[in-house]
Design a protein around this ligand. Structure first.
Ligand code: NAG
Ligand code: NAG
Length: 598
């Protein structure tokens, strides 16, 4: 007994010291992030991008505003070239890190332009032309794993929903993967339909009455909602030929087998449809009248001789197949190359592939990997844009990796932006189904005005979604006691940069007279580039000094007086007196000792 006691005590102290050391280390790390990181970044701005990618600012660094209630990502531009298009970037952030999965528009420098919490989960946000006018279009609804049930929205340049398009058929819903407006002003959309199918070919006791998710696409007349054309993968392809594996899929209605996974549709100039099947690793053209498959590139039934050592047709789990140049036979797609647990490629990339239908050949023309060779298990997009200088660039969104990049058509990386830490890409905390850059979106919200808020002597102003504001102009008005509000006077003007800006308010004079105006009310005018007023903000009054601030001021004054009196007191009577206080403290300790004994 006597021998064990000290042993235990040593253990106890050991554990305590270890615990304190660990807590100290954690505290040091916390302080490092809180204090050292900003200081280091201030001294060495070059460290900001690597720190961002190490998640030292968090996995998903966001920005708060004073005049606006939602947050936006604070992305990291890891590569920049002035020749990159000065357009808006359209994203649909999802995943565990962003709070709301709504639409998001940033400018080329990563500043917020528009976001909204009016809609459910949003995907495929972009601008499309319908009857000669620009519309912001997207899918919104409920996402269930890799598919969705929802509707397609078309917003005009005032952010009002002008058209809402739905899939046609009993019990079917619009799926998140595609909403493409054709040259004929019709809409192409995808439907993931749970249905029964003969799965005996797949073996493993799957029967004639197995369950699949069928991949359907529909062409719909936007004005009337009428169904014009419909195609179902199950009419042409067998689930047994899918590259996807799901040991539990297909047996029950609850876990149907997603054998085909259509993720893009577009109509070509001959009226046929170019589609992409992620789980068949192929792109193909569907006859616009008969629905027959006209040709297939990639996958098990590839019909083209590969002139690029397999690189023109070895894409897998791909997304977003588009004609870049139909006449030349050039198409683009995003080759994921990976879908857990299938690793088919070391990294994902955008690709340009040229098909020669006469010679039955396919050739890889160019590939577009991200600078860090991100490997994305899902999603992704490739878009050809024309810059202000009339040059063609390629804009790639890397889907489940939170990065988008801009290239020259011959594959030179010009600009790259991360909207989550690259060290976290593998965990897919933030992703965007597609990413688009658009140069010709111009919008002025009709249903809300610029928002002005006074905080700490500054007036903050922003206008969610407004693209045409070039200047903010501060107006002030004076109200004399018992009088009507005075005239608005222009006090200050500044060029709009970024989403939210702040004016320093003229300080309120303490007494009337002296020719100094006491402005009590303020508002901000949003001006366009020709300095025409687009809209006025709400009127904000300078907040009167609250009772709390008077009480705080009184307490501070009393404390100051007390401190000064004490100082004066000791200065006069000498510091030795302080020793008595020590004695007093000693007595107190002794007293507690006795109490403990009792
Ligand atoms: C933010 O939300 C709160 C609570 O809903 C609301 O009272 C406030 O006016 C909003 N502020 C702005 C700037 O929209
Ligand atoms: C969806 O599945 C149901 C149930 O099998 C079927 O009746 C219906 O025709 C399918 N709809 C489409 C558009 O494929």
């Amino acid at each position: 007994m006597l021998n064990i006691l000290p042993e235990r005590r040593r253990l106890f102290w050991g554990a305590t010291i270890f615990g304190i050391a660990v807590a100290g280390l954690l505290l040091a790390l916390f302080l490092l992030q809180l204090l050292l990181v900003p200081v280091l970044v201030y001294i060495f701005p070059g460290l900001e991008a690597p720190f961002y990618d190490l998640a030292l600012f968090g996995v998903y660094r966001t920005q708060d505003y004073i005049s606006f209630n939602l947050t936006s990502p604070q992305p990291s531009i890891v590569q920049w070239d002035d020749s990159c298009a000065d357009g808006y970037v359209f994203l649909d952030p999802s995943g565990p890190a962003p709070g709301h999965h709504g639409p998001l528009v940033l400018d080329a420098h990563g500043n917020l332009v528009w976001t909204s919490d009016r809609f459910e989960t949003t995907t495929n946000l972009k601008v499309q032309k319908y009857r000669g006018k620009q519309f912001m279009t997207f899918w919104s609804g409920q996402k269930a794993k890799t598919m969705g049930t929802g509707s397609y929205y078309m917003l005009d340049d005032t952010y009002r929903t002008v058209h809402k398009v739905d899939a046609v058929g009993a019990g079917v819903h619009g799926d998140l993967h595609e909403f493409k407006i054709t040259r004929d002003d019709t809409a192409l959309l995808t439907v993931y339909n749970r249905t029964q199918a003969d799965l005996t070919g797949m073996g493993w006791f799957r029967g004639k009455d197995g369950w699949i998710v069928d991949s359907v696409f529909q062409e719909i007349d936007i004005a009337t909602g009428r169904l014009l054309f419909q195609w179902k993968a199950s009419d042409h392809f067998q689930a047994a030929h899918s590259y996807m594996t799901n040991p539990f899929g297909g047996y029950t209605e609850g876990i149907p087998f997603d054998f085909f996974h259509i993720n893009s549709v577009e109509k070509d100039r001959s009226g046929n449809y170019l589609i992409s099947s992620r789980h068949f690793h192929n792109v193909m053209t569907i006859n616009g009248v008969t629905g027959q498959v006209m040709w297939e590139l990639g996958g098990r039934s590839d019909e083209f001789k590969d002139l690029s050592n397999g690189k023109a047709s070895d894409f897998s789990w791909q997304h977003d197949a588009r004609w870049v140049d139909e006449e030349q036979g050039i198409l683009s797609l995003f080759d994921n190359g990976y879908a857990w647990p299938h690793f088919n490629a070391p990294y994902s990339e955008g690709r340009f592939i040229k098909i020669n239908f006469e010679a039955q050949t396919a050739e890889l023309i160019q590939s577009f990997p991200s600078s860090g060779h991100a490997l994305s298990s899902s999603q992704g997009s490739v878009q050809v844009i024309t810059t202000e200088e009339g040059e063609d660039h390629v804009f790639v969104g890397y889907g489940s990796s939170a990065v988008y990049s801009e290239f020259t058509t011959d594959g030179q990386l010009l600009c790259e932006t991360h909207f989550a830490a690259s060290s976290s890409f593998w965990w897919e905390r933030v992703k965007s189904y597609r990413a688009f850059k658009l140069l010709d979106w111009a919008a002025t919200p009709r249903d809300w005005n610029p928002s002005a808020v006074i905080n700490d002597g500054r007036l903050y102003v922003s206008w969610n979604g407004a693209t045409e504001v070039a200047y903010w102009e501060l107006h002030g008005a004076a109200i004399e006691l018992g009088q009507e509000q005075g005239e608005w006077e222009e006090l200050d003007i500044m060029e709009k940069e970024g989403f939210e800006m702040a004016f320093v308010l003229p300080s309120a004079p303490s007494s009337k007279g002296d020719g100094i105006k006491a402005y009590t009310h303020f508002r901000v005018a949003a001006l366009d580039s020709a300095r025409n007023v687009l809209r006025h903000s709400n009127v904000v009054a300078r907040p009167p000094r609250s009772i709390v601030s008077y009480v705080l001021a009184a307490i501070s004054a009393i404390l100051c007086v007390a401190a000064f009196t004490a100082f004066w007191h000791y200065r006069k009577r000498g510091w030795k007196q302080v020793g008595n206080l020590k004695q007093l403290a000693q007595n107190t300790i002794d007293r507690t000792k006795y109490q403990k004994l009792w």
